[in-house]
Ligand binder design. Structure first.
Ligand code: GLP
Length: 241
């Protein structure tokens, strides 16, 4: 595990974007696992900036996103598909047919998850997986208590995750209660894992996840066992370690 301390959010975003662009430069046809949430938005903005300057090219890159709300169609403003278009894909040259997000509009959970695992397998696995972290230690939507050995599956979101994500919806009632998420097994099989974390509200969980026991109660703690895991955090998120 490697921990990189950044001064602030902007610095964190820049350092994370640097690692992603290095990956793309070293292997132009790489597979990037991408994440949503507020934390990586600055990382995407920095990559867009470098793309506009001609410093990084995504034309051969394949992407697989971590998760999607079950029941939201792609064009719903709060779907992760929409988020990714708005914050990244709409501004860079990733080819549309190489963009993959679990199909939240497919009500058949088993089929949606099976198809997504097949996609990840067929693209040859993930070279670099970008992650944020939930305040309860979830990664993707792998909530506390789930088995580490799962592939893509359907999850019931915890009350704390529904609370945390309600800020994006008009009301708490509108937050979907379920999601399709890549499992921990798939995340652990990524050749490199990069987590971004910022803000004082992440400090406790960062300490627990990376300096506490490895346990399904803190899903991110398994990353302690990953052979190439990098955490880039700002001062506030890393304040307790
Ligand atoms: C959601 C996403 C996660 C993300 C988490 C934290 O639950 N499914 O992938 O890491 O939120 O989000 P934020 O970065 O906004 O704190």
């Amino acid at each position: 595990m490697k921990i990189i301390r950044a001064k602030d959010y902007k610095d964190m975003s820049r350092k994370a974007a640097n690692i992603i662009s290095a990956q793309v430069i070293m292997k132009p046809n790489c597979v990037l696992g991408l994440a949503t949430g507020g934390t990586p938005v600055g990382t995407y903005a920095q990559l867009i900036d470098w793309y506009n300057k001609g410093d990084v090219d995504f034309s051969e890159v394949t992407t697989v996103n971590l998760d999607e709300y079950r029941g939201l169609p792609r064009d719903h403003e709060q779907s992760y598909w929409y988020f990714m278009q708005k914050n990244f894909f709409g501004s860079v040259n990733v080819q549309p047919d190489r963009i993959h997000v679990p199909d939240g509009s497919n009500p058949n959970a088993e089929e949606a998850c099976r198809e997504y695992d097949a996609i990840i397998r067929n693209v040859g696995g993930i070279d670099l997986q970008l992650l944020g972290i939930g305040v309860d230690g979830h990664i993707g939507f792998n909530e506390p208590g789930q088995a580490f050995e799962l592939g893509t599956h359907c999850v019931d979101l915890t009350e704390s995750t529904i609370d945390a994500n309600q800020r994006f919806f008009n009301s708490r009632d509108e937050v979907p209660r379920q999601a399709y998420t890549m499992g921990i097994k798939t995340i652990m099989q990524a050749r490199k894992v990069l987590m971004v974390a910022n803000g004082a509200n992440k400090a406790e969980i960062i300490k627990k996840a990376f300096f506490g026991p490895v346990t399904p109660e803190v899903p991110a703690s398994i990353l302690q066992m990953h052979p190439d895991f990098i955490l880039v955090g700002d001062q506030d998120a890393l304040a307790l370690i």
